[in-house]
Structures are given as structure tokens and as C-alpha cells.
Design a protein around this ligand. Structure first.
Ligand code: GLU
Ligand code: MG
Length: 436
């Protein structure tokens, strides 16, 4: 059969869905320059494909312009077809950034951080997912060789696909939950880290599809079951890319600058959870005893802290490898918006010279509200509705973004809530499992 290759220009929308348009590969040169047409109301298509309230209606035009530095070629070494796509920016017709382009929003946050502090962010997105066609669900297979073996062929295909796409895979492991696996790739500085997060999720999905399997990144697959988290590892780097996050004398081994950055994140976390854990189902995960996060605390080696200082095995590596992971994140989000909100919050901590929070060392699930308050801890939102209300009412967080982004985002996410409002628990979990 005769075929002609297609190339797609993509963006990652408010709900973390990768969308775009394809064209014949022979026309690449022209599209690299002028992109492809895009529509403002596309931003309001929710994860369930319903269109949330839109201030644009049928009006307006935008351009989706590929970034030659964010190209993905996916070759499984079989008969194809081979995926070839670019991530790009959503521009206005005069070629200036659109205020609601998630990638531009992250770039602006990183630029401001660098301009004001000279600092860059190195980041890696640690992904958990579950096979929905699970053939290996017996209890006791968490971390097991049996569990690994069940998906070894998948894992090895994934590693080759990631490496072929230039993404430097680092790990693949059988996680604890039924059919649950985790994988990581090497950290990158700045925007590229978020580009790679978008790509690695898609490579994982494409690998599954190629093998006749399906993975889901939904934050919680089964009611009461284990969560699929995303832990966003970050460290601060100087202009030369050297890690400046460590100070042996600082609380938890964090430098003053890293501590201020983390303090800013924790201070603003209740309002930016709307970006880091942005679906209705996200809030089935952010509860105690799930190894996720529920207070805005810094934890030292604590897997239920919103921000966890990660251990480093080799003491010689402290300076180079110190990093903290933000656990109140999941894969129903746009990596650009997650990282942008965290960078903006961290920058605020740096501007104000916030002190490194005292790391908590114990199980906080026993705390009541008064106890938490006494320790200066705030509970993270317990529903998407509440998270959006916090964001809506937070003038400072709003001021980090150009209009109409926050209002548009709120409309989008409230549209998502409305879509699932009448579903029972089982239907809700099934709906999210299908779209992520
Ligand atoms: N599955 C947990 C989560 O929802 C994380 C488990 C772990 O520490 O890797 O974030
Ligand atoms: Mg894990």
C-alpha cells in the first residue's frame, strides 16, 4: 500500500492533552516558518471533549508554530507508521505570544526567574501509570521480578523508543499498585524539562498502543485503589548550570536560595494546586495514607510531604544532586502550567527572602485542624472546586499571569467539573481512566 508521511505540530493544552494538526512531510519547511492555523476556543475543549464556556466563541485566529528544538521522532523499528511531531507555541497573528499559551507562560516564568535572580531550574518528571488491560494483578507483585517480567517487553520497547527520541531513559520499575509502573528520564534545564515530560507520556502511550496494550496516567484508577502520581523533581542552578541547592548547614541540607524557593512553593501551594493537580479525580489522591500529599509541608525523606527533600546515596554528590520533589502533582496536568506555577511561587519566595521551612519528620495524618494551624500548616484543597476557588480569590497568584489566562483556565476547569457532576464514583473513575 502506498503511503505519504505526515508531520504534526502540537501543543499541550490546559488538561495536559496533546493536540495539533498534521501536514504532508514534504511541506515541513513552510510550516516550520509559519506554523499552522489554530483557534482560541480550542483552549476551552475540556479533557472530555466538551467545550467549556468560551469568551471567544467562533471568533479569532491563532498560529501554532513548531519549535525546531522540540521535535520528536518515534521509530519502533517495525513497519511503522513512524510518528514525527513538534511541540510549538501558540502565537497571535502578529507573531507575538498568546497570553494563554502554556508553553509561553512557562518560558516567561523561567525568564523572569533568570532575570531577577540569575537562577535556572533543572527538573525531571517522575511518572507513574497503570496498565488497564492488566494481566498481572496478583497481590504481592509490587516491585517484584514477576511484575517486572510481565511488562519487561513493554519496558524495553519503551526504553528504546525514549532513547531513539533523544529522551535519555533512566529507570523503569514495577510500582506497588495493580499493574502499576513508574519510569523516569534524565533531568533537563528549563523549558526542555516540560517538553520532555509531554513527550515521555506520549511515548509511553504510543509504545503501549504499538504492543496492543493500554496505559493510563489517571490520578486514581480504581476508587480506593492506589494513586498514579507525578513527582516533579527540581533543583536550582546558576547561569553555568551548576546546582546551587545544597548547603550542609541549611535545614534538610538546602541552601538559603533553594529554601526560599521551596518556601514560596509551599506558601502558594493551596492556590496553585489548581495547576499541579487539576482534575476532579486528582483530589481522590491528595489524601492521607496514599503516599501523595495533603498539607503544604516540607518533609525530610517523607513520602507524604508536598515537597520532599530527596536522599542522595553518595555524600560526594550532595552539591551536584540535591533536589526536592513536589508530590502534589499528577499527570492530568499540563507540565508547562505545573512548572510555571511552581517557578512563579518559588520566585516569590526568593524575592521575599523567605526562610527555609522547618522540615516535618513525622506522620501528619493524625493532626487535627488546630494542630495543623499551630504548626503553620495548611491543608491542600480537598476538591477541584475548592482549588479553583482558592486560585480565583488569590490576587497575587493572578498577578503572575497575563489576562485572560486565569479566567479562561477557571472556565475550562469549571466546565470539566460540570461535565462529571452527575457521575457516580465508578463512572467518574472510568471516565478519567479513559481520557488519561
Ligand atoms: N503512588 C504514589 C503517588 O500517588 C507515590 C508512591 C511513591 O512514593 O513512589 O504519588
Ligand atoms: Mg513511585
Amino acid at each position: 500500500m502506498k503511503t505519504e508521511p505526515l508531520i504534526m505540530i502540537c501543543c499541550c493544552d490546559f488538561s495536559g492533552q496533546v493536540k495539533g494538526k498534521a501536514f504532508p512531510a514534504a511541506d515541513l519547511a513552510g510550516h516550520l516558518e509559519r506554523g499552522i492555523g489554530w483557534v482560541p476556543t480550542n483552549a476551552q475543549i475540556t479533557t472530555f471533549n466538551a467545550i467549556a464556556e468560551t469568551p471567544f466563541g467562533a471568533l479569532g485566529d491563532l498560529m501554532l508554530v513548531p519549535d525546531p528544538g522540540a521535535e520528536l521522532r518515534l521509530d519502533f523499528g517495525d513497519d511503522g507508521p513512524f510518528e514525527h511531531w513538534f511541540l510549538g507555541d501558540i502565537l497571535q497573528m502578529d507573531a507575538t505570544p498568546w497570553a494563554c499559551c502554556p508553553r509561553a507562560i512557562l518560558r516567561a516564568a523561567l525568564d523572569d526567574l533568570k532575570a531577577e535572580t540569575g537562577l535556572q531550574v533543572r527538573a525531571a518528571f517522575e511518572m507513574e501509570m497503570q496498565f488497564v488491560d492488566d494481566s498481572e494483578t496478583r497481590f504481592g507483585s509490587g516491585y517484584s521480578l514477576t511484575g517486572f517480567r510481565a511488562r519487561q517487553a513493554y519496558g524495553e520497547t519503551l526504553m528504546a523508543a525514549l532513547r531513539g527520541a533523544g529522551l535519555e531513559p533512566e529507570s523503569f520499575l514495577r510500582e506497588w499498585g495493580p499493574g502499576q509502573y513508574e519510569f523516569t528520564i534524565r533531568s533537563q534545564i528549563g523549558l526542555q524539562a516540560a517538553d520532555h515530560a509531554v513527550m515521555m507520556r506520549e511515548v509511553a502511550r504510543a509504545t503501549a498502543a504499538r504492543l496492543g496494550q493500554r496505559v493510563t496516567f489517571t490520578p486514581v484508577l480504581d476508587a480506593g485503589g492506589v494513586g498514579n502520581g507525578m513527582h516533579l523533581h527540581m533543583s536550582l542552578a546558576d547561569a553555568q548550570g551548576r546546582n546551587v541547592s545544597h548547603d550542609p548547614a541549611g535545614p534538610g541540607g538546602l541552601s538559603d536560595r533553594a529554601g526560599a524557593f521551596v518556601a514560596g512553593i509551599l506558601h502558594h501551594l493551596p492556590s496553585i494546586t489548581a495547576f499541579t493537580a487539576p482534575s476532579v479525580i486528582s483530589y481522590a489522591r491528595l489524601i492521607p495514607n496514599r503516599w501523595s500529599a495533603y498539607y503544604n509541608n516540607l518533609g525530610y525523606r517523607d513520602r507524604e510531604a508536598s515537597v520532599r527533600i530527596c536522599p542522595i546515596a553518595d555524600a560526594d554528590d550532595f552539591a551536584a544532586k540535591t533536589n526536592f520533589e513536589i508530590r502534589a502533582c499528577d499527570n492530568s496536568a499540563s507540565p508547562y502550567l505545573q512548572m510555571a506555577a511552581l517557578v512563579r511561587a518559588g520566585l516569590d519566595g526568593l524575592r521575599k527572602g523567605m526562610a527555609t521551612p522547618e522540615p516535618t519528620h513525622e506522620n501528619l495524618s493524625a493532626l487535627d485542624e488546630a494542630g495543623a494551624q499551630a504548626r503553620g500548616l495548611r491543608r491542600l484543597p480537598t476538591s477541584l472546586e475548592q482549588a479553583l476557588d482558592h486560585l480565583d480569590a488569590d490576587a497575587q497568584v493572578r498577578s503572575w499571569f497575563d489576562a485572560p489566562f486565569v479566567d479562561l483556565y477557571l472556565l475550562h476547569k469549571r466546565g470539566e467539573i460540570a461535565h462529571v457532576a452527575d457521575m457516580d464514583e465508578a463512572a467518574l473513575h472510568a471516565a478519567y481512566a479513559q481520557v488519561y
